[in-house]
Ligand binder design. Structure first.
Ligand SMILES: [Mg+2]
Length: 231
């Protein structure tokens, strides 16, 4: 049963924002400038695997605790693993860190502006709840319609990553709301949907291919509007 929440929190990457060009292409083009001979398909596979490996390290080694230093370290290790044939690793890391801090390298989801305006018109508190670092807030400040967002919650600042219950508890605390009054919209089954529900939040999974058999799912952000009636 779905209850109208007080606040809607959105995951960032894959939900409201996407890198444009893709992460793999960004690694490839910066890597090539620095002498890498990597092929495009190889860059994509290596990125996926390196990302997954760091997610596992976050769980197994860090128990989902994080901070700004750990976030930088995870990306430094991903860069080293993807662009293994670049001599100056530190330069490659710095270039990619900067690349993903720049608003022109991100695009907002096609329905994002409409959904954001409409939900805020309906009186809901809106925010972002993301496994990200301190680059996210200035990014949001530069990408419409997110400059209006007063609640940008990132794992590096909260000290915990999704799917840890502490991440969700910290947001309840900051907003002064109970889990049952909160809705998380995200594209990751474990980190968003299942983790939020385990904390008593409502959750909706964005599942463009409609392949994940969960109760509450939408294929695009715009469908959210029919779940959240006026008043
Ligand atoms: Mg996501």
């Amino acid at each position: 049963m779905f209850h109208r929440p007080q606040a809607v929190l959105f995951d960032a990457v894959g939900t409201l924002l996407a890198p444009e060009p893709s992460a793999a292409l960004a690694y490839l083009s910066i890597g090539r400038r620095m002498g890498s001979l990597l092929k495009q398909s190889e860059a994509a596979t290596r990125f996926r695997e390196a990302f997954r490996r760091q997610e596992a390290i976050d769980r197994q080694v860090h128990g989902l605790r994080t901070n700004e230093a750990r976030e930088r370290q995870r990306w430094r290790e991903i860069v080293a693993e993807v662009l293994f044939d670049v001599k100056d690793q530190e330069q490659a890391f710095a270039a990619l860190w900067k690349h993903f801090a720049e608003p022109e390298n991100w695009r907002v989801a096609p329905d994002g502006p409409l959904v954001w305006q409409e939900l805020s018109r309906r009186g809901l508190t809106l925010g972002i709840a993301s496994n990200f670092d301190r680059r996210l807030e200035p990014l949001c400040q530069a990408i419409e319609p997110l400059p209006q967002c007063r609640h940008v919650f990132t794992s590096s600042e909260l000290g915990w990553r999704k799917p840890s219950p502490e991440f969700f508890a910290a947001i309840e605390d900051r907003l002064g709301l109970k889990g049952s009054e909160l809705l998380l919209v995200g594209d990751d089954l474990e980190n968003d949907y299942l983790a939020a529900r385990a904390c008593g939040w409502q959750a909706i999974l964005i599942d463009p291919r409609g392949k994940t058999p969960v109760e509450m799912r939408i294929s695009r952000l715009g469908e959210l509007l029919s779940f959240l009636p006026v008043g």
